[in-house]
Design a protein around this ligand. Structure first.
Ligand code: SF4
Ligand code: SF4
Length: 459
């Protein structure tokens, strides 16, 4: 018979979970405020059409980073689920945190409209205290909704916007919808969101293997409660050495209303409340909990969970590669954008064939957080800039189209019959920060064939 190793079995998971909830909530609220030089740690700004990542701003035109972010997201989910099962649901998911705040903190601890935190099968009593609970949650739901929008509208803009609600009705509408949903979800939908709505619950089981950690009832020690067809045999096992007392503390405490002694179920959100409940019961008998956070293989072998295995190593390597690629792509960010298009007219012959001009449209964009003055150079000393004749200013985040005319007074023709295509390199830069804000673009300068020049002169 297993005996209780008190240093291990008396340690409730709930304390670690509440600490995790506190840290996650703190991070969620602080992260949108973290910025250096106007660039946020993370922001997906809809109104400015920018992505801020690791204190660098990327324009929507630079969203080559997006596939890497999505790959990272999916690989991260696969890696986390294969390794820790539904660790997200029980330890990180806002839905679980909100339900703990509303059900266990507000309704049970604060207002006492739920009798016992250990029994989640009965609903809270209606009455004036229920109204107070709904009001408190509504305020918190508005805070959570605001916090969510800060990842899309930075807090410095958000607080300005909500002071003028009539000018920002879209934001107010979004806030009202999210707040309304959170009130409905947490008070009425409850854990049914996890069971019936959340898509992650449906897909996560295919990522499990026998080394994935889950909330598991030790049937070998506890005894059989359900048969192979999941039909209840007895609420208390009848075997001589069966340790389960049939107290059902694990069933009463379960927020998704399941009996973990039936085995792994889709509804289990890995909150481990049943494990803590069983720990309390078994501790009195000097035994270890029958429900633990472990893997099927660890239970079978009575050993440790195998975290380093082919799937987790493969996901870990893929995740590291995607992270390095994202970092490398992010570090090659250009602080200005430049698109060059040649106009439809190939060239212009002027001064009796002495001067050849080519026209282009340059689209400049200042993606830096400061205003700058820009100009550019051509790498061919025989070609000079006619237009624009001087540097020009561009505000932070703004774009400007410039008609650019380049000319040459030298005969650059190398073909007797055809036009000559000269490859040229444009170096565009900010005058005040040429070290950092500089881009290079290749384009062509077309020099007419001698016959074309002759034809023009004979006109
Ligand atoms: S069975 Fe219920 S109480 Fe136990 S971890 Fe799953 S959801 Fe939580
Ligand atoms: S809490 Fe433990 S002892 Fe009580 S019914 Fe559940 S598994 Fe059995």
């Amino acid at each position: 018979m297993a005996t209780c190793n008190t240093s291990k079995c008396n340690k409730p998971y709930s304390k670690s979970r509440y600490t995790a909830f506190g840290i996650i909530t703190l991070i969620a609220f602080v992260l949108p405020f973290l910025r250096i030089g106007g660039n946020h740690l993370f922001l997906f700004s809809f109104d400015k059409k920018q992505l801020h990542l690791l204190f660098t701003t990327f324009d929507m035109q630079e969203l080559y980073l997006m596939p890497f972010l999505l790959i990272l997201l999916f690989l991260g989910i696969f890696f986390m689920t294969t390794l820790g099962g539904r660790i997200w649901c029980g330890w990180v998911c806002p839905q679980t945190i909100f339900r703990v705040i509303y059900r266990d903190l507000i309704e049970t601890k604060l207002l006492g409209i739920r009798k016992n935190i250990k029994n989640k099968q009965t609903d809270s009593q209606n009455g004036i205290k229920k109204v107070i609970a709904v009001c408190i949650w509504s305020i918190l739901a508005f805070l959570a909704a605001s916090n969510f929008t800060w990842y899309f509208i930075p807090p410095e803009d958000f607080f300005n916007y909500i002071q003028n609600p009539l000018d920002h009705t879209v934001l107010i509408g979004i806030l009202a919808i999210i707040t309304g949903f959170l009130i409905y979800d947490v008070i009425l939908l409850k854990e049914e969101f996890c069971v019936y709505v959340c898509p992650y619950a449906r897909v996560q089981s295919v990522m499990f293997d026998n080394d994935t950690i889950q909330t598991i009832y030790n049937e070998e020690r506890g005894g059989l409660i359900y048969d192979e067809h999941n039909q209840l045999i007895n609420t208390k096992p009848t075997g001589e050495n069966d340790e389960c007392t049939g107290c059902e503390a694990c069933v009463k405490i379960c927020p998704t209303h399941i009996d973990i002694r039936k085995g792994m179920q889709l509804e289990c959100i890995n909150c481990l409340e049943c494990a803590d409940a069983c720990t309390t019961v078994m501790e009195k008998l000097g035994k270890e909990s029958l429900i633990t956070w472990t893997s099927p293989n660890a239970i079978e072998s009575k050993g440790k969970t195998q975290f380093m295995r082919f799937r987790t190593i493969a996901y870990g390597i893929a995740l590291s590669i995607a992270l390095v690629a994202l970092f490398l792509m992010g570090s090659t960010k250009e602080h200005m954008l430049l698109n060059i298009n040649k106009t439809t007219q190939l060239y212009k012959i002027k001064d009796k064939g002495e001067e050849i001009q080519n026209a282009y449209t340059f689209l400049f964009q200042n993606t830096d957080h400061k205003d700058h003055k820009y100009y550019f150079e051509v790498d061919n000393k025989d070609i000079t800039i006619v237009k624009p004749s001087a540097p020009f200013k561009l505000k932070s985040g703004s774009k400007m189209k410039k008609v650019v005319i380049l000319k040459t007074n030298k005969n650059l023709s190398t073909h007797a019959k055809d036009d000559t295509l000269l490859n040229i390199k444009i170096t565009a830069y900010a005058l005040d920060d040429k070290e950092k804000i500089i881009v290079f673009r290749n384009t062509t300068f077309i020099y007419p064939s001698p016959s074309s020049v002759k034809k023009y002169l004979n006109k």
